[in-house]
Design a protein around this ligand. Structure first.
Ligand SMILES: O=C(O)CCC(=O)C(=O)O
Ligand SMILES: [Fe+2]
Length: 206
């Protein structure tokens, strides 16, 4: 079967092979970001979000000292138009990965996240949720176009270069998507000075 080469996806794959993470600009265009942001805010105002917990469902401890965001899991089967469009794009990428990389992504899980002013997410590995099926983490930022570095909320990814730890600082600019190896790269979200919006998800095996 022939696979039409996708330049953007190929860049992500080569980044992942080379440094275990990739930062993509404009994965979502501004219209898509706006729709997703409005949908997130609507659901947040309807009080559908809950305080994010540490650990999986068998180990749910709310730990404000570790993370302060509020989340809402997305259900693809019951998604509305806006979220459907989101999943269409994600699924296209997953299909490409599975055809070209033999990663064997079978499942995925995504949630909206809202970090209120003053919150953060301390340094962690996404597999500490005792879920070793998580292969790739994806974070899609839904902030306003005029997001400023002074607002904080940077994602810091800790990488290793020649045996030395290096901090990669990534600002949550709208449309930007960060993809990284869930089991390898520790990261954190620095304290935010204003509300910070995103969709975070995992591509999983088995
Ligand atoms: O929002 C981000 O930049 C990262 C979020 C994160 O690390 C997580 O939800 O596990
Ligand atoms: Fe994380």
């Amino acid at each position: 079967m022939e696979i039409l080469e996708n330049v953007l996806y190929e860049k992500i794959i080569s980044d992942l092979l080379e440094k275990k993470y990739s930062v993509v600009e404009d994965f979502f265009d501004l219209a898509e970001v706006l729709q997703l942001r409005n949908s997130l805010l609507g659901k947040y105002e309807e009080d559908n979000f809950k305080k994010a917990a540490i650990g999986n469902r068998t180990n749910e401890i709310i730990a404000k000292s570790i993370r302060g965001d509020f989340i809402l899991w997305l259900n693809e089967a019951q998604a509305e138009e806006t979220e459907k469009a989101f999943f269409t794009k994600i699924n296209d990428f997953v299909d490409y990965l599975n055809k070209t990389c033999f990663l064997g992504i079978l499942h995925k899980e995504f949630h909206y996240a809202l970090y209120p002013e003053g919150t953060f997410y301390k340094r962690h590995l996404d597999t500490f949720q005792n879920d070793d099926r998580r292969k790739l983490s994806l974070v899609c930022y839904l902030n306003e176009q005029d997001w400023q570095p002074e607002y904080g909320g940077e994602l810091v990814i800790y990488t290793n270069e020649d045996g030395k730890e290096v901090e990669k600082v990534i600002y949550p600019f709208p449309g930007r998507v960060v993809i990284f190896e869930s089991q390898v790269l520790e990261h954190e979200v620095k304290p935010v000075k204003t509300e910070r919006l995103s969709i975070t998800g995992w591509l999983k095996t088995r």
